[in-house]
Design a protein around this ligand. Sequence first.
Ligand SMILES: [Zn+2]
Length: 138
Amino acid sequence: MTLQYIPYTRSKSSVRRTRELETVRVMVRLYCRGHGHHGAHDCSEGLCADCGTLMEYATRRLARCVFGDAKPTCANCVVHCYSAAMREQVRMVMRWAGPRMLLRHPLLGIRHLFDGRRPVPVLPAQPAVKPANVNNDS
Ligand SMILES: [Zn+2]
């Protein structure tokens, strides 16, 4: 397999992002119900407070993803935009819901697996970040 360059895009017609959001939503819902949480969050999903917060967070991160529609699946991404706590939480949800998702929503699950096999795009014009404590003795 040869690596292929994916152009950076901020296209509004974010088919892939919409699908990723749907995937996350399905997984969080499975996880929440599967753990017998009780809906207290004021969203239409019937999620508990914690899962609802996670879902809101994931939605925000996804909407602001720097890759736009060239976005890799989050697990393959080189940019870690989640906070450490949220990352741990979403990872737990994915690990639990991933296999179950393939049974309940095979199409969405399979598409996500395929999306995960696409080459990971490289960030355009990455600003060079200097380590803070190097060359300070001049
Ligand atoms: Zn929950």
